[in-house]
Write a protein that binds this ligand. Structure first.
Ligand code: UD1
Length: 419
């Protein structure tokens, strides 16, 4: 199994180009199920999760061509199947995003229940309640969700989310595009990936208002067509490399990164003593002087992203003073803490909060983690640590970071993949 070896202590310097967003492409790909002709996506990152979604759509009978050199995906239907099997869904929870489009277009879908994952129980009740409000009949049996649209198809509805959910907003937004009448999604998630999905759906002929707000209004149309759409840049990848520059005391230009998409992450980095400057082609990140501890609380966008929590905690491990990191989105998202502690970090967890007391130096160690962002936080710690760090279970990183070690080596990190 692949591992990544890092010899820490080198300040990063140079330019990193940000890839298309994993979480955007994983919602854009299932939207092709809604279209009567081919959807062409550009700026597609080459990630294991994209391969998994490709396999799922192919399993559903879609014709999917991923040109990795051109960074494009062509997805053409119609789907001939309606079942997302356990073997694919257990690998990637985002598989549940085929549910809304399949019910809306084909009237029926069977999707394996995703179940728990490394970062918590992660229910899908909001996806199901929303479809029910649109007239679908839902049954859950033998580990599978079965959703059936009423005779005349899904009907527009007013859906008020009790908690903000990215996936439920995406699933119901897609379903609503082909429903009969108007749908209003209230307390909808506002992540840039949702805006990107809405823009793509509009290109396909959907009628959506309120983009970028927490109230999306969709007027159903009879059919959607294919379109060409570039995937938005990955704000979490950008934020991760911003932390890499900061933790090594370096200066890096993040080509394609957008300040407005970083949300609270940019503000918090600045408070910690990291320069974040917007230029026409991207963001310049530089550690000014010393780093200092800042408290953060994860929240839906534009708040501090839960997907940046582990990386920011790694940074706080070497800051002056203390920092309190509170996780409000997922209940079990501190798996990186014991591994960071093995590298010399001083962290105490109290319920949903972790108190980090900065140390002068981390020291390299063999480490591993159980999810994508936790794994990359260990890479960041390794970049700053004295000596050698070996990160195991690299397949987590390959799910969401394209050519991680190449991108970091190109800006001066001493990092390599060991087969
Ligand atoms: C997406 C992202 C993930 C990110 C997360 C939060 C993708 C592919 N994944 O995941 O990287 O960490 O947003 O920004 O885009 N919830 C319910 N019932 C539901 C759905 C969600 O209670 O039906 C809860 C969850 O348990 C969690 C919170 O709502 O506590 C937010 O989850 P959600 O936004 O849905 O996360 P995902 O869409 O799964």
């Amino acid at each position: 199994m692949d591992r990544i070896r890092i010899r820490g202590g080198k300040p990063l310097s140079g330019s990193i180009s940000v890839s298309g967003a994993k979480n955007a492409v994983l919602a854009l790909m299932p939207s092709a199920l809604l279209a009567g002709s081919a959807l062409h996506l550009q700026n597609v990152p080459n990630l294991a999760d994209v391969a998994t979604m490709t396999a799922l759509l192919q399993h559903l009978g879609m014709d999917v061509v991923h040109d990795k050199a051109a960074r494009t995906l062509a997805l053409a239907g119609p789907a001939t199947g309606n079942e997302a099997p356990y073997d694919i869904v257990r690998k990637m929870r985002a598989s549940v995003l085929v549910l809304g489009p399949l019910v809306a277009r084909h009237g029926v879908a069977r999707v394996s229940l995703p179940g728990g994952c490394a970062i918590g129980t992660r229910p899908v009740d909001l996806h199901l309640k929303g479809l029910e409000a649109m007239g679908a009949t839902i049954t859950v049996e033998a580990g599978y969700i079965e959703a059936r649209a009423p005779a005349g198809g899904l009907k527009g509805a007013r859906i008020i989310f009790p908690v903000v959910s990215v996936g439920a907003t995406e699933n119901l937004l897609m379903a609503a595009t082909l429903a009969d009448g108007e749908t209003e999604l209230v307390n909808a998630a506002r992540e840039p990936e949702i805006e990107d999905l809405a823009l793509c759906l509009i290109r396909m002929g959907a009628r959506i208002e309120g983009i970028g707000t927490d109230r999306l209004r969709v007027t159903g149309v009879a059919a959607l067509t294919g379109a060409t759409h570039p995937v938005v840049m990955d704000r979490i990848e950008a934020g991760t490399y911003a932390c890499a520059a900061a933790i090594t005391g370096g200066e890096v230009f993040l080509q394609g990164a957008r300040l407005d998409h970083l949300g609270a992450v940019a503000r918090v980095l600045r408070e910690a003593g990291v320069g974040v400057n917007e230029e026409p082609a991207g963001l310049r990140i530089a550690r000014m002087n010393g780093l200092h501890g800042v408290d953060v609380v994860t929240e839906p966008f534009p708040g501090f992203a839960t997907d940046m929590q582990a990386q920011f905690m790694a940074l706080m491990c070497v800051a002056q003073g203390a920092s309190m990191v509170t996780e409000t989105i997922f209940e079990n998202r501190f798996m990186h803490v014991p591994e960071l502690a093995r590298m010399g970090a001083r962290i105490n967890v109290h319920g949903a909060s972790a108190i980090v007391r900065g140390v002068q130096k981390l020291s390299g160690a063999p480490v591993m983690a159980t999810d994508l962002r936790a794994s990359v936080s260990l890479v960041l710690a390794g970049l700053a640590a004295q000596g050698e760090t070996v990160v195991n279970r690299v397949y987590h990183l390959d799910r969401g970071y394209e050519r991680l070690e190449e991108k970091l080596a190109a800006v001066g990190a001493d990092i390599e993949r060991l087969a």
